[in-house]
Design a protein around this ligand. Structure first.
Ligand code: NDP
Length: 295
């Protein structure tokens, strides 16, 4: 069994690679750079998907919350093309493939749901693009679509903020919180923070790859939590106080309002189909997830 993972070099990709290898899969990454067990996007365009691949996954995407990148048109274009074009490349290669893989699983984001303090979204909620990031998610999911009659099963995981010690948000927050300088984002921290532990996100992809009955959209989130719930859980896991809120205007200055929204406003996203499909979480509550992230 071989899996091909676009963006397999990243935070989520490394965890999924390990999970796949533990179940006996050989893993080939698709990257912009060459390396061991890696092919490039150009190779895919030129040669298609290797014949022995049974599962194709796309996790590629330039980091939206990279504070070192100015939120200008050039970076916005990169954020879009690194998701939409890579996904299209894999979808086209699957369609052209003589021996198609059994499953095509892609990631997208909960930004497709409009932030709302009271609504709870599920995979069945209606979605309508309302800003740059929600339009991006719509285009990203559209790029993954294979013709309806195609034999390859499709799954898209709409991920919340991914928590894990070795990447994503926790990596950025670890030292400020460790030094006791952490706090809520926004003064009250009452906005939703849809989140998932990286082991569960990799677990949901494994579940999707290995179960023929799993298809369509799955929310990649765990129990609902607010930014304040997360802050309390993470500071508590580190045995530190969390008394220094980061005001919204600071986030707007650092990231620009389009991007700061991801953290300043949030969605309450229930993983209804994920649970109904039989996935069992390792870390469903934010306290146990944060505890794991500091152990
Ligand atoms: P990482 O930034 O760790 O890794 C993403 C990978 O994308 C990189 O390893 C890189 O692979 C590839 N990549 C980066 N920039 C480009 C580019 N310009 N063109 C093509 N490929 C590029 O991300 P994560 O593992 O944290 O996230 C994986 C996916 O999940 C991303 O699509 C992200 O948007 C999505 N997601 C992540 C969340 C999170 O909190 N982490 C939340 C919701 C969604 P290489 O250098 O080998 O080419």
């Amino acid at each position: 069994m071989r899996a091909l993972i676009g963006g397999g070099t990243g935070f989520v990709g490394r965890h999924l690679t390990k999970a796949l290898q533990e179940k006996g899969y050989k893993v080939t990454k698709v990257s912009r750079k060459t390396g061991p067990d890696t092919i490039t996007w150009k190779d895919i365009n030129k040669n298609g998907i290797p014949d022995d691949v049974t599962a194709v996954v796309n996790l590629a995407g330039a980091n939206i919350l990279n504070p070192l990148k100015r939120w200008n048109q050039a970076y916005k274009d990169e954020v879009v093309s690194s998701r939409v074009e890579t996904t299209k490349t894999l979808a086209n290669a699957i369609v052209s493939s003589k021996i198609p893989p059994k499953v095509f699983a892609t990631i997208s984001g909960v930004a497709i749901y409009k932030p709302n303090p009271t609504l709870q979204y599920t995979e069945d909620s209606d979605v309508e693009p309302y800003d740059f990031l929600s339009q991006l998610v719509v285009d990203w999911e559209q790029a993954a679509k294979l013709p309806e009659s195609h034999s390859c099963r499709q799954v898209t995981v709409r991920s919340g903020v991914v928590l894990g010690r070795d990447g994503g948000m926790i990596q950025q927050l670890y030292f400020p919180f460790y030094l006791g300088l952490g706090g809520t984002i926004g003064l009250r921290g009452d906005q939703w923070l849809p989140w998932i532990h990286v082991s569960d996100l990799a677990g949901i992809f494994m579940h999707a790859i290995n179960n023929d009955n799993v298809r369509g959209i799955l929310n990649g989130t765990a129990e609902s939590a607010t930014n304040a719930d997360f802050t309390k859980a993470f500071a508590g896991a580190l045995c530190r106080p969390a008394i220094f809120p980061t005001p919204g205007f600071v986030m707007n200055i650092v990231f620009g309002s389009d991007r700061a929204k991801v953290i300043l406003e949030g969605q309450n996203v229930k993983p209804q189909k994920t649970l109904e499909s039989g996935y069992q979480y390792k870390y469903f509550d934010v306290k146990s997830a944060c505890k794991n992230c500091v152990s």
